[in-house]
Design a protein around this ligand. Structure first.
Ligand SMILES: [Zn+2]
Length: 429
């Protein structure tokens, strides 16, 4: 009921002519967004009906091939960055170079979690909403980017501005190593002033949110070793405690000593015994051990999510210290894998949100609050966030992302597009 009420309300808001605070050009841009709605929905349907599961490079390239001429028509230079070396399709980059205003980087992705073997493949419209793989995450975001740029172009508002659209082909399951898979995105981040990411928007309890902070996400692997021998000798001098007590000590210390706000560290798997085998790619392993033998091997792994680079460094250092205080006759080592850096709620990100909310106010749209970082996983914007002001969650609204039945709320598309168009306009003018 709340949802329906919210939809009716937003339809009224969308139909009402915007407040007087828009310049004549801005008003025309807003009208151009409305005029483009049928075309934008048709493009969304076309994009959703192409399977572009991350591991289906031909499909991802097909999506890119549909988008390429759309950007070229708007005066963008388009290039394709192949990513065969990390076993992914590649990235599509569309650029317009100018000297006026801030240099804006628009970030999105062309892939979805639905591979060709998924039963969920087709776009189906049901009145004001539609279901389809990637409809909400994030092909709806792709059409928001394009429609906003189109509306700006209709009134020559792109002329002279520096805008790059960077669409990755592997956001849902990035190629490895990330140093290659995200090399070009990071490089783009270094040469722009503001990044806008079009992952799904967030709306709950009648409130609307944007993302200006995301936690980092990476993983750790812990190996412990000990002396083996007859169980009767455990704890004796020269034999020691065995590898399983050592790894249990470490995990208990993590649990008891490291907790703090905005930090989580999950232990996801543990193995120990006389033989231990673990395949980190498949996250599967096995172990064996007799009750009368002291185990000499143990393994555990998990993730760590932090709100800042400072927190990540500090907690990692504390983890290493705990690991280093070995039980008698044992040893252990912890390694950390590269992952997603944290997107910190910098003053610049807060200014970007304030600018977006000025746009919202002038359009008679709802104010957007910063989404609590714990409610959003890591994403592509995290890679550029250390280098420029960033905001995310500007994309489509809907529900059930990543599961069959994923739905996009089509009534929100023009609203998100108008916000985007005017935010870009004000950043570049
Ligand atoms: Zn996504």
């Amino acid at each position: 009921m709340n949802y329906l009420h919210a939809m009716v309300f937003s339809l009224c808001v969308a139909a009402v002519s915007p407040a007087a605070d828009l310049s004549p050009t801005e008003l025309k841009i807003v009208q151009a967004v409305d005029a483009n709605v049928p075309e934008s929905n048709a493009l969304l349907e076309r994009l959703v009906n192409i399977n572009s599961g991350t591991l289906n490079p031909a499909g991802v390239r097909q999506v890119a091939n549909i988008l390429r001429p759309e950007f070229e028509t708007l005066g963008f230079q388009v290039r394709w960055i192949p990513m065969e070396e990390v076993h992914r399709a590649g990235h599509l980059v569309a650029e317009r170079k100018g000297v006026r205003g801030k240099r804006v980087l628009l970030i999105g992705h062309m892939d979805t979690v639905f591979e060709p073997d998924s039963p969920f493949q087709k776009f189906e419209r049901h009145g004001d909403s539609a279901t389809g793989p990637g409809s909400n995450d994030m092909k709806g975001g792709l059409t928001i980017i394009l429609s906003a740029l189109k509306a700006l172009n209709t009134h020559s508002a792109l002329d002279g501005s520096s805008i790059t659209v960077f669409l990755t082909g592997d956001e849902e399951k990035p190629g490895e190593p990330l140093t290659i898979a995200r090399r070009d995105l990071v490089e783009a981040g270094k040469h722009h002033d503001a990044a806008l990411e079009f992952e799904g928007g967030s709306r709950s309890g009648g409130r609307e949110f944007a993302t200006i902070a995301r936690r980092s996400a990476s993983s750790w692997h812990l190996h412990a070793t000990g002396n083996t021998g007859h169980s009767a000798g455990v704890f004796n001098n020269g034999v020691g405690s065995g590898a399983i007590y050592e790894i249990a000590r470490i995990l208990a210390a993590f649990h008891d000593q490291l907790k703090e706000p905005d930090l989580t560290f999950n232990a996801s798997v543990i193995l120990g015994g006389s033989t231990v085998a673990y395949d980190p790619k498949e996250n599967i392993g096995s172990a064996s051990g007799k009750t009368n033998i002291i185990p000499d091997k143990a393994f555990a792994s998990g993730d760590i999510r932090t709100i800042s680079a400072e927190q990540f460094e500090r907690v990692r250092e504390n983890m290493r210290k705990i690991v280093g205080a070995h039980l008698p006759g044992t040893s252990a080592e912890i390694t950390f894998q590269e992952g997603y850096p944290a997107m910190e709620a910098t003053e610049g990100n807060q200014r970007l949100l304030a600018l977006l909310n000025a746009v919202n106010r002038d359009l008679n749209f709802e104010n957007m609050e910063p989404l609590p970082p714990a409610r959003r996983g890591a994403g592509d914007v995290s890679f550029v966030a250390p280098y420029l002001d960033s905001i995310s969650g500007l994309g489509a609204l809907g529900r059930n992302a990543h599961v069959p039945g994923e739905t996009i709320d089509l009534t929100r598309q023009p609203i998100q597009t108008k916000r985007t168009a005017l935010l870009i306009f004000r950043l570049t003018h």
